[in-house]
Design a protein around this ligand. Structure first.
Ligand SMILES: [Zn+2]
Ligand SMILES: [Zn+2]
Length: 77
């Protein structure tokens, strides 16, 4: 059922919502003046928002925390 062309959706699929300010506007990696992309997980934030968070990526933090919790539970067995 490949019915073709949804250019708008394709564009949106590459966009991100800034998780820090949760603004409705979609941001894109190529908006380099206002958007910063996390080198580790590839998610995008407003540069200003990320700076406010001392460059702490929320997603990386989440992944890290989950990894820690998996480690601790596997230790318990
Ligand atoms: Zn933001
Ligand atoms: Zn990240």
């Amino acid at each position: 059922m490949l019915r073709g062309k949804y250019p708008l959706q394709l564009c949106l699929a590459r966009g991100f919502i800034c998780e820090i300010c949760n603004a409705d506007e979609v941001i894109f990696p190529w908006q380099m003046r206002v958007v910063t992309r996390c080198a580790k997980c590839g998610i995008c934030y407003h540069s200003a928002c990320l700076a406010r968070m001392q460059d702490t990526c929320k997603k990386c933090l989440r992944i890290q925390k989950r990894r820690e919790s998996i480690d601790s539970t596997s230790n318990v067995g």
